[in-house]
Write a protein that binds this ligand. Sequence first.
Ligand code: HEC
Length: 143
Amino acid sequence: MNKLMQYLIISAAVLVMATSAQGEPDQRVRLNLPAQMQVHMLGNMRQHLVVIDQLLGMLAREEFDKAADLAEAELGMSSLDKHGASHITSYYPKQSRQFGSNMHMAASRFSRIASEGDALAAYKALGRITQNCVGCHATAKVR
Ligand code: HEC
C-alpha cells in the first residue's frame, strides 16, 4: 500500500470518528462575545475555510511556494495581529485558546514544510492545522 493510500485511509477514519462524536451531548462552552465581535469572528472563520480550500488546490497543482506564503500570511503566526487574536482570546476558555495557538503554530510549520516541496509531507502538515480547527470547534460555540 503506498503512502498516499495510507494517508487517505487515515483521513477517512478520522472523518468517521468525527461524525460519531456528533451523537454525543453538546459540551461546548458558549462564548459571550459582543455582537460586533461575533460577526467579525465568524467572518474570519469562513475565511479560514476558504484558505484551507485554496491550500488544497495549490498542493494539488504543486504550487508549494504559493501555499507556503498563503498559509503563513492567513493562518500562521504572522496572521495573529490581522485577526485581532489578542483581543478575542480573553473570551475563550483555556482549552480553546490552546487549540487556537496550536493552529497558528501548525500553519507556520506547514508553511516551512510546504516550501520544501514534498507533497505528502505537506498534506500531513495541513492535516495538523485542520485537527486544531476540529479540536477547537468541539470546545466552544457562539450561539
Ligand atoms: C480557537 C477556536 C477555534 C479555532 C482554532 C477555529 N475555529 Fe472555527 N469557529 C470557532 C467557533 C467558536 C465557531 C462558532 C461555532 C458555533 O457557534 O456553532 C466557529 C465557526 C466556524 C465556521 C462557521 C462560520 C459561520 O459563519 O457560521 C467555520 C466555517 C469555521 N469556524 C472554520 C474554521 C477553520 C477552517 C479553522 C481552522 C483553520 C477554524 N475554524 C479554527 C472556533 C474556532
